[in-house]
Design a protein around this ligand. Structure first.
Ligand code: SF4
Length: 320
C-alpha cells in the first residue's frame, strides 16, 4: 500500500487525532440542537465558562429544541441569565418556534433562520449532517489569516481561503481540528509555530504571525454615568421590562441621567462593562409608588431574568 501523501490536511488531522479536545460534550453528539446550542453559547463566551455554568443546566431545563419552542421567552431568558448577549437567547427561542423544534438539514434553510449566520449554519451542517463546508469562528479566522498571510479582514477573501484549505473528505474532523488549532496552538498573542501541523507552508510563520490580520483601528468605549433607581412601595420593588436591543425582555431597575437634584437615598455605586460601552451608576432608593412600573416582592425577583448590572443593583439594595 502506498503511504498517504502528506498534505496540510493530513498533518492537521493527524495532529487532531493526538491532541484534539475530543472530550468536549458537543463533540460526542450528532444532535443538531446540541451542536447549535454550543455554537451560539460559544460565540461570545469561553469554552470553560460555557462548560462550567451554562451548557448542561440549559440542556437539563430544555432537553430538546421543541422544549425551547414550547417555553415562554421569559423562561429561556432566565436560563440564559449571566451568559450575556441576550439577543442570542431571543433568536434561539424565535428559531425554535419558527422550525417547530426541528432544525432543517440544508445550509440554505439553516441560514434563513433568525440568528443563524453562515458560520453557525456551516457548523451545524458539518457536525450534525456531515456536509463538506468550512466554518469561520474567531479561532479559525486567525489560523487562516496567518496560514495564508491575509492582512485584510474582508469576509469574501477569508471564505475563499476557508474553502481552499477545507478537507472535503473529512469536514467534521477538519473543522474541529481547525478550531482546536486556533484555541491551543495558533494562539492570539503567543502562537506555538514549532508545534503546529501547518508550519511547513504557513506564510505567517515565515514573517510574523502577529502581523495577520492587520490590527483593527481602536475605538474607545464610552462610559455612561447614570442614576440607578430602586423604587420601593409597601415592601415591593418597582421594575421595568427592557426594550433596548441589548437587553430586550429582561427585567431591570429604572435608569436615569445623573442629576444633582435626583431624589432618594444613596445606597452605593455599581459599574458594568458591555462590549461597546460601560455604565457607572449611583444606586438610589426611592420610597413611593410610581406609575408604569411592575411591582415584585424581593423573593420573586429570583424568578425573573435580570441583567448582571441589575443583579449588582439588587445586591447593593439588599446590603443596605
Ligand atoms: S505555523 Fe504558527 S502562525 Fe502558522 S498556523 Fe501554525 S501556529 Fe499559526
Amino acid at each position: 500500500m502506498r503511504p498517504m501523501q502528506k498534505t496540510p490536511q493530513t498533518s492537521l488531522l493527524k495532529w487532531y487525532a493526538r491532541r484534539g479536545r475530543h472530550t468536549l460534550p458537543w463533540r460526542n453528539t450528532r444532535d443538531p440542537y446540541r451542536i447549535y446550542l454550543s455554537e451560539i453559547m460559544l460565540q461570545q463566551t469561553q469554552v470553560a465558562t460555557v462548560l462550567e455554568r451554562f451548557y448542561f443546566p440549559f440542556l437539563e431545563k430544555f432537553p430538546t429544541l421543541l422544549h425551547v419552542a414550547q417555553a415562554p421567552l421569559d423562561e429561556v431568558l432566565k436560563q440564559w441569565e449571566g451568559l450575556g448577549y441576550y439577543t442570542r437567547a431571543r433568536n434561539l427561542h424565535h428559531t425554535a418556534q419558527a422550525c417547530k423544534g426541528q432544525l432543517p438539514t440544508t445550509i440554505e434553510a439553516l441560514i434563513a433562520l433568525k440568528g443563524i449566520g453562515r458560520s453557525t449554519a456551516h457548523a451545524i451542517g458539518a457536525f450534525a449532517f456531515g456536509i463538506a463546508v468550512p466554518i469561520l469562528d474567531a479561532n479559525v479566522r486567525r489560523v487562516l489569516h496567518r496560514y495564508f498571510g491575509i492582512e485584510s479582514r474582508d469576509e469574501k477573501g477569508l471564505w475563499a481561503a476557508a474553502y481552499a484549505l477545507l478537507d472535503t473528505q473529512h469536514p467534521y474532523e477538519y473543522n474541529q481540528a481547525m478550531m482546536d488549532l486556533g484555541a491551543m496552538v495558533c494562539i492570539k498573542s503567543t502562537p506555538k509555530c514549532d508545534d503546529c501541523p501547518l508550519h511547513e507552508a504557513c506564510i505567517g510563520k515565515e514573517s510574523n504571525p502577529l502581523a495577520y490580520p492587520a490590527p483593527k483601528p481602536k475605538k474607545s468605549a464610552p462610559t455612561h454615568h447614570l442614576a440607578l433607581l430602586v423604587y420601593r412601595h409597601e415592601g415591593r420593588l418597582g421594575l421595568v421590562q427592557r426594550t433596548t436591543r441589548l437587553l430586550q425582555g429582561l427585567w431591570g431597575f429604572v435608569q436615569a441621567p445623573i442629576d444633582n437634584a435626583i431624589e432618594g437615598v444613596y445606597l452605593g455605586r455599581v459599574s458594568h462593562q458591555y462590549s461597546h460601552f460601560g455604565i457607572e451608576g449611583e444606586v438610589r432608593l426611592i420610597d413611593g409608588w410610581v406609575e408604569g412600573l411592575e411591582w415584585f416582592e424581593v423573593e420573586a425577583l429570583e424568578t425573573l431574568a435580570l441583567s448582571t448590572l441589575d443583579h449588582k443593583i439588587l445586591a447593593c439594595y439588599l446590603a443596605q
